[in-house]
Write a protein that binds this ligand. Structure first.
Ligand code: GLN
Ligand code: ZN
Length: 766
């Protein structure tokens, strides 16, 4: 009889100290020859495989490694190179691969978008130009490499045909089946060659099954996987899903594959419930994702064992695989590198390497009996308990506040109509007021000064003086430009979440806790590990100083609770919404202090609300309600004549327009320039009755917009929006831009606003 197997779905690429990133960037910069680069990369790749082998993982993923992105890898494997790049057929060269991802002088990079509900971004394949062909069997190549170099009988990981096509663009929804059918023979070829090589297990990722998809689409899978099975009957295919539960459980488990991989962590309990209700086919293997692949907390092995035992009540042990809930791509590499962390916190952490160990332990327990892993279980319980019992997680004041949330007013005192009148009176703004989103250029110099201050080369006082000088410089610039509502420029912030995390209690920053965001770009999300509470004012000094320099209103600038939540690793011992509300209460204090200090416009940015949406629509409502509540908890206590602003960074927000309205912000600014048309369309369908600024130019490109472009954007917006409510602003913060281009662009913007006002005036007179 087979024993219980341990498996992994994917391993982080970046390396313990981001060696991968460094190699890539050196290569791109021409500082590393191609050969040396490939050698370094190979070493990293093999080292990662070896690590998994040493840990004792039975099914080690191969081919999950990438030089940029796994979706791009899949596209180039099928020779899908957009026409604007040079490509003569055959295996896609390394140069072309990077050109697609990063663009060239003459050709724009392929679009990039979020990988399901994670913070990872993939390159969107462009279908419809080239006929797909298998130009390189990547899984085979990586399988062979692991076998030859490390004697690992790996499990090739392949992005499945339906998910691949669904994530691509360049075809119509109605053509889905026809398009997928083009790829099926290519997948069959891949599997046939793998079979010939003696591959036993293959993981085919179809996370699309965890989203809202129709029964007809699930039926599509049937024919496809039947074809694949016939092509390579000896290869055992695990159809892998992750990030949520599968909706059509009974249909999916009946598909013609040898194994099904399910997420038992992020499934809202639904996969386990379905498993118990409908059972599981006797002839299939269940790959049970019980260790959280997306968070950084040590698993309570006792609880995990119980879940596995429940599963084992339905699926016999010899048909069980123990694994993470998803690829470990979304976690940092190892806790070991964190030498300076608090011991209690560190003891309760588990990054990729530690998670693999947890998997191996659980596998052993399931195989040999729980008593054989008693020590490990006890150690995990103890470590987690220590953190739970620590002062970090026992701030009674915060906990009582959360118990008594109903005593906090989370609605503005008066309705918008009333506030609008009072605010008009108070601010006396012109029609179509102009403003910016918050940050001004974070130049090399700004970053250097901060670094020097952190290194102790600059005293606190000197650094503060420097920041003040920057603020003054930009208040003068805004004055000169003639903007109507000013900002202080955010020069004191590296990052909009980190800045607040460093000032609030309950956050911790790691040294090497990086995860890949896109390409070589990595982010280091803060850990929200304890009760979040207010400690000191965070923005008052800079904002009040800025306001003291001008008679124009200066907006206070905060990052909202949901954005802070979504861009952090969040403790999982209490509900995420409780954490959001803890953050909201701390921000509420800051909002009140700003107000007391004469700051009467306060912007609370929530660029990340939309990306936190659950994958399935049925779960949207509770998420959005919680998001709206947290925002209002943070902002609603102000007086009627204090104006609350918010900002969001995406365009297709039709999905969440009701939630946006429910935030009850007096003014919202939304990133739209890249898809102005679509957005206007959205407003034809939905009226919006509060202050709104649709970004009139795209800050993501260094070019200075032309007056006519801005005028066109403004005119179009005014066709569907009330001029009395319309604001004129760029579509996002300006921190990535240079000084000259920023000033030049804003000048054009102010001019466009003036012309638009004149036009409105003339129209009114006529
Ligand atoms: N206030 C922030 C800024 O201007 C907003 C950034 C964002 O939307 N991501 O930089
Ligand atoms: Zn933005």
């Amino acid at each position: 009889m087979n024993k219980v197997k341990s498996s992994n779905l994917g391993y982080p690429r970046i390396g313990e100290k981001r060696e991968w990133k460094k190699a890539l960037e050196q290569f791109w910069a021409g500082k590393l020859e191609k050969e040396a680069f490939l050698k370094q990369i190979e070493e990293i790749r093999l080292q990662h495989l070896q690590k998994q082998k040493d840990q004792g993982i039975d099914l080690i993923p191969v081919g999950d490694f990438s030089l940029y992105d796994q979706v791009l890898d899949t596209a180039v494997m099928f020779g899908l190179v957009p026409k604007r790049f040079e490509y003569g057929g055959g295996k896609v060269s390394l140069e072309t691969y990077f050109d697609i991802a990063r663009g060239t002088k003459g050709a724009v990079a392929a679009e990039m978008t979020k990988w399901f509900n994670t913070n990872y971004h993939y390159i969107v394949p462009e279908l419809g130009e080239a006929v797909p062909a298998l130009v390189e069997n990547r899984p085979l190549q990586f399988y062979k490499e692991a076998k030859q170099k490390l004697d690992i009988d790996g499990k090739p990981v392949i992005l499945g045909p339906v998910t691949f096509v669904k994530l691509s663009k360049g075809y119509k929804e109605s053509e889905l089946k026809t398009v997928v059918d083009q790829f099926v023979p290519l997948y069959a070829d891949i599997l046939r060659e793998l079979q010939k090589e003696g591959v036993e297990w293959v993981q085919i990722d179809e996370p699309i099954l965890s989203t809202t998809i129709s029964k007809e689409e699930v039926a599509l899978f049937n024919d496809i996987y039947q074809t694949l099975r016939e092509a390579a009957p000896n290869v055992k295919v695990i159809l892998q899903t992750y990030f949520e539960s599968i909706e059509h459980y009974e249909d999916v488990i009946a598909l013609p594959v040898q194994g099904i991989g399910l997420d038992f962590v992020h499934d809202y309990g639904q996969n386990l419930a379905a498993l118990k209700k409908y059972g599981f086919p006797k002839d299939k293997v269940l790959a049970a994702g019980v260790i959280d692949g997306r968070n950084i907390w040590r698993a309570n092995l006792d609880d995990k064992y119980s879940i596995l035992a429940e599963i084992a009540g339905v699926v016999s042990r010899d048909r069980l695989i123990v694994q993470p809930s998803s690829s470990l791509l979304h976690t940092p590499v190892t806790v070991k590198s964190e030498e300076t962390l608090d011991e209690v916190l560190k003891g309760a952490l588990s990054f990729a390497d530690e998670k693999l160990h947890e998997i191996v332990v659980l596998t052993k327990g399931l195989q040999d009996g729980k008593e054989t892993i008693q020590e490990e279980i006890a150690a995990s319980t103890k470590a987690i308990q220590a953190l739970n019992e620590s002062s970090f997680r026992n701030n009674t004041q915060v906990q009582e506040a959360i118990q008594n949330l109903h005593t906090y007013r989370a609605e503005r005192e008066a309705a918008f109509k009333v506030r609008q009148g009072v605010q008009e009176e108070a601010f006396q703004l012109p029609l179509l007021p102009t403003t910016t989103i918050g940050s001004f250029p974070q130049t090399q110099e700004v970053r250097k000064q901060r670094l020097n201050w952190r290194k102790g080369e600059l005293t606190d006082a000197e650094y503060e003086e420097y920041i003040k000088a920057e603020i003054k410089k930009w208040i003068d610039i805004q004055e000169e430009l003639g903007l109507d509502v000013f900002v202080h420029g955010e020069f004191e912030r590296t990052d909009m979440v980190e800045y607040f995390g460093e000032k609030l209690a309950g956050f911790q920053f790691t040294k090497f806790g990086w995860v890949q965001s896109y390409g070589s770009r990595c982010v280091k999300p803060p850990l929200i590990y304890g009760d979040v509470s207010y400690q000191e004012s965070m923005t008052v000094k800079e904002t009040v100083y800025a306001q003291s320099l001008t008679t124009k209103p200066v907006k206070g600038m905060l990052t909202g609770p949901i954005t802070i939540l979504n861009w952090s690793f969040v403790r999982d011992d209490i509900s995420r919404y409780d954490v959001a509300n803890q953050i909201a209460l701390a921000l509420r204090t800051e909002v009140e202090i700003l107000e007391e200090n004469g700051i009467r416009m306060i912007q609370v940015d929530e660029p990340a609300i939309r990306e936190g949406l659950p994958l399935k629509r049925e779960n949207w409502e509770s998420y959005l309600n919680a998001a709206v509540y947290a925002f209002k908890l943070a902002t609603a206590s102000v007086q009627n004549d204090t104006q609350i602003h918010t900002h969001m960074c995406y365009s297709n927000f039709e999905d969440i327009i009701d939630a946006i309205k429910a935030l009850d912000a007096d003014v919202i600014s939304i990133e739209t320039s890249r898809s102005h048309g679509e957005l206007i369309y959205a407003f034809e369908e939905n009226t919006y009755g509060k202050g709104i600024g649709l970004g009139v130019y795209d800050i993501h490109s260094p070019r200075v917009p032309k007056l006519e472009e801005l005028t066109r954007n403004i005119d179009r917006a005014l066709q569907v929006l009330d001029p009395k409510l319309f604001w004129i602003n760029p579509d996002c913060g300006l921190k990535t831009r240079g000084i000259d281009e920023t000033v030049a662009a804003l000048k054009v913007m102010v001019e466009a606003a003036e012309q638009a006002r004149e036009k409105l005036f003339v129209e009114k007179v006529q």
